[in-house]
Write a protein that binds this ligand. Structure first.
Ligand code: SF4
Ligand code: SF4
Length: 211
C-alpha cells in the first residue's frame, strides 16, 4: 500500500485512546528514542530533572548517531523498559519526549519540509480513532513546535556536514560543544524555550569549530 503523508491539520488514525494499558512501545526500543532540546527543557521544567540527573539515574544515555553524540532514553537492563515507565504507565506522560508523543506517527523530512506518516504495524491497537495530527502531538502552538522539530532536524544535518570534513580534534570539540550547549547547560524554565533554542543554535553556528 502506498505510504500516506499527513500535514498538521490532517486527520489520521493515530488516537490509541491513552494506550489503554498497553506499553509496548516503551520497551525494547534500544537507543532509538533520541532526546531533543525541547524534551530536555520540558523534563527539566515539569519534572525538575536535569540532563545530568537523567544520566546519573540511568534513564538517559549518550549514543552515537552518524558520528554525532546524542542523548537517548535508556532501556533498563533487567526489564527492557524505559526508566520512566512505572506500573505500565508513563510517569511523565504530559511532558514525555517528542518521539513518544508522536507515536504511532513517524516524521518524514524532505525538501518541502516535514510531514507525518502512520507506523501502521508498529502499534498493535486496532481500534484507533481518527484525530488531527496537531491535536495528537499535544503541544501548543503546534505550528511553532513543528517548525522547531524541522529546524532541529536541519541543524543536526548541518552539524553532520561539518563533522564530515573535521579532523579528530575538531570532531571532539564540536561534539562536546553541541552536548554542552543543547543538553547539559540548563534552560531557564520561566523563559520561552524557542528563543533559548534559536539563540544557542546561532551561537554554535558562529563558533570557530562549526565553520
Ligand atoms: S518516556 Fe514515557 S512514553 Fe516514552 S518510552 Fe518512556 S515511558 Fe514510554
Ligand atoms: S503500541 Fe500503540 S497502544 Fe501500545 S503503547 Fe504504543 S502507541 Fe500506545
Amino acid at each position: 500500500m502506498e505510504q500516506k503523508y499527513y500535514q498538521l491539520n490532517d486527520l489520521v488514525r493515530a488516537d490509541c485512546h491513552d494506550c489503554a494499558g498497553c506499553s509496548a512501545c516503551c520497551k525494547d526500543m534500544g537507543d532509538s528514542i533520541h532526546l531533543d532540546p525541547y524534551d530536555i527543557y520540558q523534563i527539566q521544567k515539569h519534572g525538575g530533572c536535569s540532563m545530568a540527573e537523567l544520566l546519573e539515574k540511568g534513564i538517559a544515555a549518550f549514543t552515537v548517531w552518524r558520528g554525532l553524540i546524542v542523548p537517548c532514553l535508556q532501556m533498563r537492563p533487567d526489564t527492557g523498559a524505559c526508566g520512566f515507565l512505572h506500573e505500565g504507565r508513563c510517569s511523565i506522560h504530559s511532558y514525555r519526549p517528542g518521539i513518544c508523543r508522536s507515536f504511532p506517527l513517524g516524521r518524514n523530512f524532505d525538501e518541502g519540509g516535514m510531514t507525518y506518516f502512520l507506523l501502521e504495524d508498529a502499534c498493535g491497537n486496532r481500534s484507533r480513532s481518527k484525530i488531527k495530527v496537531s491535536r495528537w502531538l499535544g503541544v501548543q502552538p503546534a505550528e511553532k513546535y513543528h517548525e522547531f522539530v524541522l529546524a532541529w532536524h536541519d541543524f543536526r544535518h548541518e552539524l553532520l556536514a561539518a563533522l564530515k570534513d573535521a579532523d579528530e580534534q575538531r570532531e571532539k570539540r564540536l561534539n562536546m560543544d553541541f552536548i554542552r550547549r543543547f543538553y547539559l547547560s540548563p534552560y531557564k524554565p520561566e523563559h520561552d524555550f524557542y528563543a533559548q533554542f534559536y539563540g544557542r543554535a546561532k551561537e554554535l553556528r558562529e563558533s570557530d569549530h562549526f565553520a
